[in-house]
Ligand binder design. Sequence first.
Ligand SMILES: *Cc1c(COP(=O)(O)O)cnc(C)c1O
Length: 359
Amino acid sequence: MINVTKPFLPEIEEYIEYLKGIWERNWLTNNGPLVNDLELKLKDYLQAKHLLYLGNGTIALQIALKALGLKGEIITTPFSYVATTSSIVWEGCVPVFADIDKDTFNIDPAKIEQAITDKTTGILATHVFGNPCDIDAIQKIADKHNLKVIYDAAHCFGTLYKGKSVFNYGDISTASFHATKIFHTIEGGAVVTNNPELLKKMAFMRNFGHETSETFAGVGINGKNSEFHAAMGLVNLKHIGAIMQSRKEQCKMYDKELADLRVKRPKIQANSEWNHSYYPVVFESEEFLLRSIAELNDNWIYPRRYFYPSLSGLNYVQKGDTPISDNISRRILSLPLAHSLKREEIAFISRILLRVQNN
Ligand SMILES: *Cc1c(COP(=O)(O)O)cnc(C)c1O
C-alpha cells in the first residue's frame, strides 16, 4: 500500500538516546531543556529572530490571531487546510475569502484589495504547498490599509523567498510539525516573529498567561509541547538535509515520468526556492481525476484530494465568490511523496495515470 505520505522515522536507537536523558532528568514538559534546544536549532534553521515551539500548527494560528488582537473581518484564502479558516472562526472573527491566483494557487493580492471593508483588521494567507505567496504585493496592501499579516507557513519548512527564510515575512508566521509534514515532531507547531513585544505576549499565552507561578499577564491557553516531541524534532532535524534532497529528486522523477500527462502543476513564485513538500497535479476535469483515483486505489495507491473541498463552502462560513479555488479544488490531487518512496513506485504510479489518460 502507498499512501499520500509516510512519516519519516529515524533509527529507534537515535530516539532512545534522547529518552534516556528525559528519564534521568525526570522533566517531561513545561519548557524543558529539549524544547529549549529545539527552539534554538529551529531558529537557526529557519533564520528566525524569535520562535516559540508549540503543541501544533492550529494552536499556533489561534495564538497568532489572539496576540495581534484581531477582530472583525480577516481576509483569507479558500484554498488551504481547514485549520486556516476554522482558527479565524474559533477566535471569534469572520473569514472573508479572496480568490486564488490560477497559476500559483496562492491568494490573489488584487482580490484581497477588493475584499477590504472598514471591518477588516488582518490578512491570513497560506503559502500553499510550500510555494510562497506574492509577499511584496500583500505587504504593500497591508501597509496601505493598516492591516496585520499572518502567514500560515505550515508547508514551508526550508522554503526561501528572496534568499531569506519565508518565515521572516509578515507580522507572524506559523509552522506545523505534524507527522505528515516534511519536518515533523509527531505533533508540533511554532510561531515566528521579528517583533519582541509579540514574542513576549505569545510566550505568556502559550503557558496559561503565567507571569510567575502566582501572577498572570493576561488570558492564556495551553499551547506547550513536550520533551518527547522535542526529542523527535531534534533527531529528525539531523536528517532534514537528506529528507529535503530526496523530495527534490522524487519531484524531478515525477516531472519526467509524467511529461506526457495532461495536467497542470503549480507555478513556483518568482524569487523563491521551493521545498518540494508536495506533488500536486491538476487534471483537465473532475471526471478524469475521479477515474485516476479509482484506478490508483485498485492498485493499493492512495493519493489525497488536497485541498478539497474549497473552504468557502464550509457550513459555518459566509460563502465567498471564489470560482478559481472552487474549480481547482475539484480537479487537484496530491500524489504520494515520502522519504521512503522508491523510484519504481513513482514509475508505477505514473504508468497508471498515463494508462487512464490514454484509455
Ligand atoms: C497541517 C496544516 C495545519 C494544521 O497544523 P496541525 O499541526 O496539524 O495543527 C494548518 N494549515 C495548513 C495549511 C496545514 O497544512
